[in-house]
Design a protein around this ligand. Sequence first.
Ligand code: NAP
Length: 514
Amino acid sequence: MTGSPTFKLELGHMALLGLSFIGNQRGVAGGQTFKASNRLAGEPTEPEFCSATLSELDRACDLAMSAFKVFRKLPGSDRAEFLLEIVKRMEFAREEIVERYILETALPDARANNEFNRTIGQIKLFAQVAEEGSWVDARIETALPDRLPLPKPDMRSMWIPIGPIAVFGASNFPLAYSVMGGDSASALASGCPIVVKAHPAHPGVSELVANCVIEAAEATGMPEGVFSMLFDSGFEIGQALVKHPKIKGVGFTGSQRGGLALWKLAMAREEPIPVYAEMGSVNPTIILPGKLADAESMAKTMHASLTMGMGQFCTKPGLIFAVGESIAFTKHLGDLFESTGFGTMLTDGIAQAYNQGVKSRCNAKKAEITAGGTSNSATLFACDAATFAANPSLGEEVFGPSAIVVRCATLDEAASLIEELAGQLTGSIHGTPDDLTNAGAIFDALEQRVGRLLINQVPTGLEVCTSTVHGGPFPATTEPRSTSVGTMAINRWARPICYQNVPASLLPPSLIES
Ligand code: NAP
């Protein structure tokens, strides 16, 4: 079914049209427009992107529901073929995608290529999951007609896809959590069509990737509507998408405010639908006395993780509980923060939110400013355990290169602070083997609050594999029983169904004994 990539436009000249993708057609020009930012130059860049209209949104959702009827019944191998065709086309367009990525984010070439590779790896992983097929958890219990006192009927169950999914791309991962990021790849692998709301921070990258998806869908004979992508720089289209009766689930990565707004809309629908919103976290890190003694090296490790990508990661370990003698560690970390250059942030909005977050914390005068503290500076705060306990806002996320060190005199003091924390994506403990033998209470407290628990490693740089859990209790996410990364992410887009006494002619192939 597949051929070599057949881009309609010669590689290197894939013109950006700035129009939404409504199934296999492009949206119309006109209406509200916006431009991407050339982040390094600090000025708008061509072309103009046209916000989708409500009637285009309606058509995208109708097409997605029509496509679902066919797509959900395709063998997993066909869906895998579609996903691998997307990979082929993205690889073909890599240079162009990376170039636009750098323009729209000001992130370096190495980061762009790493994220590209991760994205390709994730799509391939879900192609394998779709092809292999055991994710549906098929259970077959044949009838026992002679069972007493009552016969047992033939009962079979499996997971089936729920329907068209709305995907909200993230600002901080233009590839890995966007148009063909983990939400999209897992939804398509499960048999759910997707309607993507492109993030306005990187519309050009979104359009280039969407081109690859549409051309792959056509090349592999996927039903029209399996993929659509809508542009909008405001909230209207995103909100209408979540409310649309043909949308049956939502994937989101972004702010708590945005995630909760969309979750509330979904719950207020006549038919509420699941919203899997990943809304960030402060990722508590506990450094035990033996590791604090190695102050310089520990400070270097934490600094590298805290300032990687200008701290714009949901896994940034922004809350550090230092147990024991922490003066030298805090001093080293502060010095490293002072020498940290302040690069361009992903969007003006994120830069403003960062500066505002730092300013509010400085003005509140609850924590000491150990480094930075001015506009556009990497900023380190510190306080003692009692101050932290009395001021819950010190435990809130400041998205960007900032962190707070909380001095704890004892393990018990640290454990009692952890007990009060809200849900988190990750929690880390750094300790020597001796330290760790006494860390049971801290480990137990963290285990109840996080989706990923690490020992002597930093949470940034997430490994994508079968065991990955990138989730956690509220407010890290809106659904603690899920992950947005790793193969388990596919179950978000499916539900279990039991078939009782159904003849083989009507059963899905996965439930027929070979
Ligand atoms: P965001 O503001 O939550 O936006 C994410 C997406 O949701 C965008 O497409 C946005 O649309 C849409 N959206 C947000 N609020 C909405 C609403 N009330 N109704 C409808 N749609 C809505 O996140 P962001 O732009 O990526 O970054 C802003 C902040 O989010 C950052 O400062 C940071 O604190 C946090 N963040 C967290 C993570 C994480 O890993 N969880 C990742 C990135 C950012 P428009 O942009 O078109 O308005």
